[in-house]
Design a protein around this ligand. Structure first.
Ligand SMILES: Cc1cc2nc3c(=O)[nH]c(=O)nc-3n(C[C@H](O)[C@H](O)[C@H](O)COP(=O)(O)OP(=O)(O)OC[C@H]3O[C@@H](n4cnc5c(N)ncnc54)[C@H](O)[C@@H]3O)c2cc1C
Length: 477
């Protein structure tokens, strides 16, 4: 297969790094332009402030990364990443119950974003086709005279007085995240910018890193208490980090923003529907200050519906869709987008001549639109259950019916490990949401709830509520 000459990727985070990897199959040279320093930078970066908050790469994302960079998950585990068996080593509290444990081969790896990014970065720097230009800011797109296709970018060093420089390419990829300038750049070139949909349930986060206590002897490695619409606005997630640490992120929806002061942080934890995590963390040693984050609404730019495309230019990752992170889909969908770009380049059947890339922009953005549709619906559908959510087109009848069913499904999960297992298989994106809607699952939901209610009635004269008597094996206060 003949290769094109040069591709440029704007942004060296998960979407940019994975896109760069896939582009090496089709281009002689790939240059990643990043405004932060990546080289020898094992720390949290300014350009990706969200990474200070608990970040779990779903199993589907890990599998995608392993295909792109063989052995990556092992490398992460060797570097201290923690394998978490979702069935046995995650405790999850939802709707008044700890969910039951289950036998599972769902084994995602939890580690810090800096470790993940640095490991991928090192793989790429070992590839002579890939070149990084760091600590520079991309300022605009270059085009041919007719402004029909991109020919490169202009960029400037972030040091004071840095001169404007240019770099030419056959293809430019924007992976610059939520703050992408592409809508402005397109408008400046005479193109219609993409329509934008925002769905905001006003989520907020507050995060602190703790040392995992030496005397901690419970079986779990990760924990989650989920907010539940429309009333329980609060939740928390604990993920293990390399170096025997815990990444603790409080979540509050509907402007119930978790506080970033010590006292408020602990009070928020204590007031969660169960205070189990509060009692554990009260004794644990904090290793960081508390950091807040509020800009996490769902935002979708409809690049799949542009009337006219700037050729040889594509946009992916959070620059296209930014999802409320409560489902942790962002990085995984970024890897799917990079895979889609590779598929579209393959389908383009280019001969190495840049002109053969004509049509790729439209083809790719439409294909990416299909990849995003499911995760977008999952994130926004859930957000639209909250009464104060702003944006979106409202919920149609089928969605409302599915949500009613999901309410029952989640209620039944507390008493049925198989239903819980299927839920987490879908959550890890290892199966589609339709598997939860299968008639066999529906039957299991209704028989489980009927049986639970019957038992509750039988036991109503004995001490304790029916929830307690049916308490699953997973957590337990
Ligand atoms: C609070 C929070 C928690 C999250 N938790 C999870 C989780 O648990 N699991 C998960 O999968 N996802 C999670 N996400 C989403 C995840 O962070 C993103 O989806 C993921 O980082 C992919 O984004 P990206 O690479 O497209 O953009 P980003 O990660 O935002 O990276 C954009 C990059 O572009 C660079 N850049 C920007 N502009 C320029 C420019 N002009 N010139 C040069 N470089 C530039 C930036 O420095 C940055 O490196 C979370 C998000 C938030 C907000």
């Amino acid at each position: 297969m003949s290769r094109y000459q040069q591709a440029i990727v704007i942004g060296g985070s998960v979407a940019g790094l994975t896109a760069a990897r896939m582009l090496t199959d089709h281009f002689e040279r790939v240059t990643v332009i990043e405004r932060d320093r990546l080289q020898d930078n094992p720390d949290y970066r300014k350009g990706v402030p969200q990474t200070r908050h608990a970040h779990l790469l779903l199993l589907r994302g890990m599998h995608n990364l392993d295909k792109m960079f063989p052995g990556l998950s092992q490398e992460l585990a060797d570097a201290g990443g923690v394998i978490v068996n979702v069935g046995q080593e995650l405790i999850a509290y939802m709707r008044g119950n700890w969910l039951p444990s289950f036998t599972s081969d769902l084994n995602p790896i939890a580690c810090s974003r800096p470790l993940l990014e640095q490991t991928i970065y090192r793989r790429l720097t070992a590839n002579p086709q890939v070149n990084f230009i760091e600590e520079v800011e991309v300022c605009g797109l270059l085009t041919d005279e007719a402004r029909s296709h991109a020919t490169g970018i202009s960029y400037r060093s972030r040091q004071a007085g840095g001169e404007l420089q240019t770099l030419m390419a056959d293809l430019v990829v924007d992976a610059s995240g939520r703050t992408s300038n592409t809508p402005k750049w397109l408008e400046g070139l005479g193109y219609a910018p993409p329509a934008e949909t925002t769905v905001n349930s006003f989520p907020g986060y507050a995060t602190r890193i703790y040392e995992r206590p030496a005397n901690f002897n419970e079986h779990w490695k990760a924990a989650a208490i989920f907010p539940v619409a429309p009333h329980n606005t609060r939740g928390v997630v604990i993920l293990p980090l390399e170096g025997n640490r815990w990444h603790v992120t409080l979540m509050g929806i509907q402007k119930d923003y978790p506080p970033t002061d010590e006292e408020g942080f602990m009070a928020f934890l204590r007031d969660l529907p169960t205070d189990k995590i509060y009692h554990i963390l009260k004794e644990a040693r904090p290793l960081s200050s508390i950091i807040g984050y509020r800009k996490a609404e769902n935002r979708l730019y409809h690049y799949d519906r542009l009337p006219r495309y700037l050729e040889r230019f594509v946009v992916l990752g959070d620059a296209v869709y930014a999802l409320n992170p409560v489902y942790g889909q962002g990085m995984t969908v970024a890897t799917m987008g990079s895979q889609t770009l590779a598929d579209c380049l393959q389908a383009q059947k280019g001969n190495g001549d840049a002109a053969a890339l004509t049509g790729l922009a439209r083809r790719f953005q439409k294909a990416l639109g299909k990849v995003i549709a499911g995760p977008w619906q999952m994130a926004t559908g859930e957000d639209m259950r909250w009464p104060e959510t702003v944006g979106g087109e409202g919920l149609d009848l089928p969605t409302r019916l599915v949500q009613k069913y999901m309410d029952k499904y989640m209620e039944a999960m507390a008493f049925n490990a198989e239903l819980t297992a299927q839920f987490f298989t879908v959550q890890q994106m290892m199966a589609g949401p339709e598997t939860i809607l299968h008639p066999k699952k529906m039957w299991a939901v209704f028989t489980t709830l009927r049986q639970a209610r019957r038992q509750a009635q039988q036991q109503s004269n004995t001490a304790g509520s029916w929830q307690q008597t049916m308490m699953p094996a997973g957590g337990g206060d």
